[in-house]
Design a protein around this ligand. Structure first.
Ligand code: DOR
Length: 430
């Protein structure tokens, strides 16, 4: 099949321009600027990409799939379908399930369920500590052998600095990156939004930026001391951006991600009952949003990531202090970043694709991230004019805790392929 006359964006190859792409046997066979095959192509042999973009399949380094144990929120099949609808061909699944993914058999279970779903490539992340209790390290070599691509206690901080130091030290052996949920639990205690003028006005308990930044600083020092590999999840505060920038200058082996909601919304959008915007770390000030974007533009922040965190309607219907933290991401993240950042010219389409595809693939040694000749055809066709009203009916996720509910998003992934197999067309799973 030829995808003709499409705007190919492939930062790993330095390509951004109109191309024709030939896919055969699940693999990219050719990329050409002029298409002269000498033969008439049938509809089956050619897809007209005029006015659309072709990206390497997006890779999300931060997804909560909730299986095993929390299937009322999401399961691996529904989460994989949400990924495919959103243009993601690879997703890294966080281990804060019940039970926590802290043993090899559980890592294998997640992988197996991902394969059974047969949609996106599902990569298990295993816990750093047993039960994510922050006390005793997991069997990292064993977890790696079972297919874990990284380690994280995401959802909970590792409060004991010595445990964190040992984690960074021991993770060097299986060559796994430790993904930190950088939060000081004492500073964050019982807060439900960013600590600032809005939290004071609403009378809601706030979580100060320092709750994140002190832990980011601690983890940089420990990474420097051990030479371990670190990835900072969901960076939200300008102070953290500054600390990571300095750490990179010093040659510390660290990467960082930003979630679209932290770039698009601020604490000023939060109201007394906007639980769809309750997320950890919380939406911070507009200055923080600016600093995060600057960090992304200058390479301090490496990846975009969704932190797709499904919760049930009933859980999110509780008052702000009681509702769980988390925002859905997989199906809305790409259209939202397109609409709020790329369209207004604040982030280039090339940078967006690099941060969501090439760079995560390289850092976590995952397939994909580029549509080079010979690579598996994991790709997404993006139509900047396609529109959709986000509704509970059309979301593939079991959950609907998104601030975009009932809003129209413009600019959608309209086809997603994994290894050349078409998995989604016109936002419907095949
Ligand atoms: O908002 C969040 N939700 N932040 C986290 O760190 C965990 C996540 C979840 O698991 O729901």
């Amino acid at each position: 099949m030829w995808i003709k006359n499409v705007h190919l964006v492939d930062p790993a190859q330095g390509i951004s321009g109109i191309r024709n792409v030939l896919v055969q046997d699940g693999v990219i066979q050719a990329i050409s600027t002029d298409l002269d095959t000498g033969e008439q192509l049938s509809d089956e042999q050619a897809l007209d990409g005029t006015g659309k973009y072709l990206f390497p399949g997006l890779i999300d380094v931060h997804t909560h799939l909730r299986e095993p144990g929390l299937e009322e929120k999401e399961d691996i099949a529904s989460g994989s379908a949400a990924a495919i609808r959103g243009g993601f061909t690879g997703i890294m699944a966080m281990p804060n399930t019940q039970p926590v993914i802290d043993q090899r058999a559980l890592v294998e279970f997640v992988k197996h369920q991902g394969e059974r779903a047969g949609l996106a490539r599902v990569y298990p992340i295993a816990a750093v500590t047993k039960g994510q209790r922050g006390e005793e390290l997991t069997e990292m070599v064993d977890l790696r052998a079972g297919g874990a691509v990284a380690l994280s206690d995401d959802g909970r901080p590792i409060m004991n600095a010595e445990v964190m130091r040992l984690a960074l030290e021991y993770a060097k052996l299986p060559d796994l990156i430790v993904i930190t949920h950088s939060e000081d639990a004492n500073l964050a205690l019982d807060g439900c939004m960013h600590w600032g003028e809005t939290s004071l006005a609403l009378g809601l308990k706030g979580i100060p930026s320092s709750a994140e930044a002190v832990m980011v600083a601690r983890d940089m020092l420990l990474a420097a001391q051990t030479g371990g590999k670190l990835h900072v999840a969901h960076v939200s505060a300008w102070e953290s951006v500054e600390i990571i920038r300095q750490a990179k200058r010093q040659g510390i082996d660290v990467t960082a991600e930003v979630n679209p909601h932290h770039l698009i919304f601020s604490d000023e959008d939060v109201t007394l009952n906007s639980t769809a915007l309750k997320v950890n770390p919380p939406l911070r000030s507009q200055e923080d949003c600016e600093a995060l974007l600057q960090g992304a533009l200058d390479g301090t922040i490496d990846f975009l990531a969704t932190d797709h965190a499904p919760h049930t309607w009933e859980e999110k219907a509780q008052p702000m202090p009681e509702a769980p933290f988390g925002i859905l991401g997989l199906e809305t993240a790409l259209p939202a970043v397109w609409q709020y950042l790329v369209q207004p010219g604040r982030l280039s389409v090339e940078k967006m694709v690099e941060m969501w595809s090439a760079l995560p693939a390289r850092r976590f040694h995952l397939p994909g991230g580029s549509l080079k000749v010979g690579e598996a055809a994991d790709m997404v066709l993006f139509d900047p004019l396609a529109k959709e009203r986000v509704s509970r009916d059309n979301l593939a996720s079991k959950a609907s805790n998104t601030p975009f509910l009932d809003q129209e998003l413009r600019g959608l992934p309209v086809m997603t392929w994994v290894a050349g197999g078409l998995k989604q067309k016109d936002r419907r799973i095949l």
